[in-house]
Design a binder for this molecule. Structure first.
Ligand code: ADP
Ligand code: F6P
Length: 323
């Protein structure tokens, strides 16, 4: 087994609060084990373009509390081609890197798998606000994102109640509804639409909105995940069919920023630290993940093939709570 002496770390794909805590954990745990660390800037582009910096324990001081990623991130189409991966591995080897940690989402994990296939031992750490990594019950950034959504929806509710309006709030999540369903429960939404469950306007929107009005509610909050199809005319349809004035708010990229919460800092630190130790144990091609609140690891390929479903219990609870 080749001894690991120098590791590289990068963040890739959409940024997520807590990525800095993950980077810090990789750097500090590596320093603890007397390894050298290279930070790769701008995700996989930094490997292809040799954009790298030497890091030590001090390089990650004052970063734990910051949103974004100090190593920056990028989407790098070149890296999806074999030539791009080969160039990246050549550069990494020339820089003396003998193990990599990649923090990102499932796209980035495909890249991590490709690095392994070209002979560079790599460990992946889930960092995405979407919480859509099947093999892990948690991804770094999800909790901070949800707290941002909760603050925003609480504010929208104030004005919504004052005017007896309906507030339609679009949240992120790409093709997944985890942000939406958890926000719906945390914010007391009357309706929650997620991509995993096709909806019927009469049954799933109109009926609960009218029932709420009949029960004397002054506000209606509808949370819609960005991946839901067929919601273009929701505002107009609600106004026409219920007489309730509706306003739409797209929360957008505000959901990706901000100081990471305790949960994100602690989870990122645990996962980042474990990634380094896996490399030291001679492991490669693994995703560090959270299962039953424990940090474990699974094969990247197997992890990517797993399917994650949204708990029916959460969906039902959101409905029950909105009576
Ligand atoms: P995320 O990691 O948040 O899911 P992306 O899907 O945008 O974000 O992926 C981030 C980067 O990972 C891409 O820009 C690309 O460099 C790399 N990547 C994505 N998909 C693949 C793939 N199928 N094979 C190799 N690399 C990939
Ligand atoms: O994967 C994180 C995420 O914020 C998704 O929720 C969203 O669909 C996407 O990234 C937005 O990407 P971009 O920053 O390229 O607009």
């Amino acid at each position: 087994m080749k001894t690991i002496r120098r590791i590289g770390v990068l963040t890739s794909g959409g940024d997520a609060p807590g990525m800095n805590a993950a980077i810090r954990a990789v750097v500090r745990v590596a320093c603890y084990h007397e390894l050298e660390v290279v930070g790769i800037l701008d995700g996989y582009s930094g490997l292809i373009n040799n954009n790298m910096i030497e890091m030590n324990a001090r390089s990650v001081g004052e970063t734990l509390q910051k949103g974004g990623t100090i190593l920056y991130t990028a989407r790098c189409p070149e890296f999806k081609e074999e030539a791009g991966v080969k160039k990246a591995v050549e550069n990494a080897k020339a820089a003396g890197i003998d193990g990599m940690v990649v923090v990102g989402g499932d796209g980035s994990f495909r890249g991590a798998r490709d690095l392994c296939r070209q002979g560079l031992p790599t460990i992946a750490v889930p960092g995405t606000i979407d919480n859509d990594i099947s093999c892990s019950e948690y991804t770094v950034g999800f909790d901070t994102c949800l707290n941002t959504v909760m603050d925003a929806v609480d504010k929208l509710r104030d004005t919504c109640s004052s005017h007896a309006r309906c507030s339609i709030v679009e949240v992120m999540g790409r093709d997944a509804g985890y942000i939406a369903i958890n926000a719906a429960i945390a914010c007391g939404a009357e309706v929650c639409l997620i991509p995993e469950k096709p909806f019927d306007f009469e049954t799933d929107v109109l009926r609960p909105v009218l029932a709420g009005k009949a029960r004397g509610k002054r506000h209606t909050i509808i949370i819609v995940a960005e991946g839901v199809k067929g919601v273009e005319n929701l505002e107009k349809m609600i106004q026409e069919k219920t007489g309730i004035e509706a306003r739409t708010t797209i929360l957008g990229h505000i959901q990706r920023g901000g100081r990471p919460t305790v949960r994100d800092r602690v989870t990122a630190s645990r996962m980042g630290g474990r990634a380094v130790e896996l490399l030291l144990e001679g492991k490669s091609n693994r995703i560090v993940c959270m299962q039953d609140a424990k940090v474990v690891d699974v094969d990247i390929e197997e992890g990517l093939q797993m399917k994650k479903t949204i708990s029916e219990e959460l969906i039902e609870l959101a409905k029950k709570l909105s009576v």
